[in-house]
Design a protein around this ligand. Structure first.
Ligand SMILES: Cc1ncc(COP(=O)(O)O)c(C=O)c1O
Length: 378
């Protein structure tokens, strides 16, 4: 029976303590084993993870790096994007997607989203390509893949590279394809709160081309072709062995955890079905969503913010991912955009609310979240 104390218990956006409890002593043992091995950077744990993570996505190669941001930056470089090039990406994303483009001296060119899914619209992306465009960088926002076949077609048509921002889309699928399968490269993050996360920072790039693999392996290690032989200028972005050991323990659970997220989403969808104020984002046909986030639109002036603060008062930790689109960030001031340029992204930023969806959410917690949202929104 539910006690009053349980009814008031906080509902966090993720529950890494519960995740750790499910893994038992396996994590401790993997970390200790690595500590005793004396190999702390790259090495066999990293190599095993690269192999298994690539295999899980049916990609040929994996290269593990220091973060999801580094994965994007190094992938852009390995795909030949040069300073001054234009790279088309979404305004509705975590800033790193566009920031990585600017960081290497290329220009982020933005294209509006499909308001139903939050994903960059492929026709808008096509229209944003010009003679300087060398790469298109769609974001699999919230864990739903973009239409990969359409993006592959666009990239081939324009003779440009397709780099997927898959930071939120571990093991997601669309039309039988996973991130990294048809893109020239796909960049993943293993930040602790991701569907597959380590106990710190981590990232990886998947690719299918042997030459891109070699370039990535060099770029993450100061361009080394052999010890103290530097074939190119690179950086230091090598995944730590302990992070790989943690990821190796967790990887076999990923499909089951994603399945639980999908079951939670299905239940939320049922509970919100009758509401015209709280509207879940839609799932494209043929999509197996990884539900890194479960987003609902709360319409009405100030309604979303009212619901959010009401939820926080009830210790339900919903969140806004992301409250301000990329083109309206201070850091983007010189990119030539202003308010009104991407109306769908702007409206979604004003209406979006992300609810706890993690695999350890109990049915009671989920019902409490949904009933609170509906009550506060009415
Ligand atoms: C869409 C997206 N791209 C890139 C990143 C960057 O990954 P990291 O935080 O591991 O650098 C994130 C992380 O939140 C993300 O959500």
């Amino acid at each position: 029976m539910t006690t009053p104390a349980m009814t008031d218990a906080p509902i966090p956006p993720v529950d890494l303590v519960a995740e750790r409890a499910q893994l038992g002593s396996a994590l401790d043992e993997a970390v200790l084993k690595t500590l005793h091995s004396g190999t702390y950077v790259l090495g066999p744990e990293v190599a095993a993870f690269e192999r298994d993570f690539a295999q899980a996505h049916r990609a040929k190669h994996g290269v593990a790096v220091g973060s999801g941001t580094d994965a994007l930056i190094l992938a852009l470089k390995a795909l030949g994007v040069e300073p001054g090039d234009h790279v088309v990406t979404s305004p509705f994303t975590f800033f790193a997607s566009a920031g990585s483009i600017a960081w290497i001296g290329a220009k982020p060119v933005l294209a509006d989203i499909d308001p139903a899914t939050g994903l960059m619209d492929v026709d808008a992306a096509r229209a944003a390509c010009d003679s300087k465009t060398t790469c298109v960088l769609p974001v699999h926002i919230y864990g739903q893949l973009v239409d990969l076949k359409a993006y592959r077609k666009l990239a081939d048509e324009k003779g440009i590279k397709l780099l997927e921002d898959a930071a939120q889309a571990h093991a997601a699928e669309r039309d039988g394809l996973r991130a990294g399968e048809v893109g020239d490269a796909a960049a993943f993050s293993f930040y602790p709160t991701k569907n597959l996360g380590t106990a710190g920072e981590g990232g990886a790039i998947l690719c299918n081309d042997d030459a891109v693999l070699t370039t990535l392996q060099r770029l993450r290690d100061h361009g080394s072709s052999a010890k103290y032989q530097h074939a190119m200028v690179g950086t230091n972005s090598r995944l730590h062995a302990m992070h790989a050991a943690i990821l190796n323990v967790k990887l076999p659970y990923l499909e089951d955890w994603n399945q639980k997220r999908r079951a939670n989403a299905k239940r939320y969808d049922e509970l919100f079905a009758g509401s015209d104020v709280v509207r879940p984002l839609t799932v494209a046909p043929g999509s197996t969503h990884a539900y890194h986030q479960y987003g609902v639109r709360v319409s009405g002036d100030g309604a979303r913010d009212r619901v959010l603060s009401g939820l926080h008062e009830r210790k339900i930790f919903a969140a806004i991912h992301y409250p301000r689109p990329v083109h309206l960030q201070e850091a983007a001031a010189s990119w030539g955009y202003g308010p009104g340029d991407f109306p769908h992204a702007e409206q979604l930023s004003n209406e979006i609310l992300c609810l706890p969806i993690h695999p350890f959410l109990t049915p009671e917690q989920l019902e409490r979240v949904a009933s609170s949202v509906l009550e506060l929104a009415s």
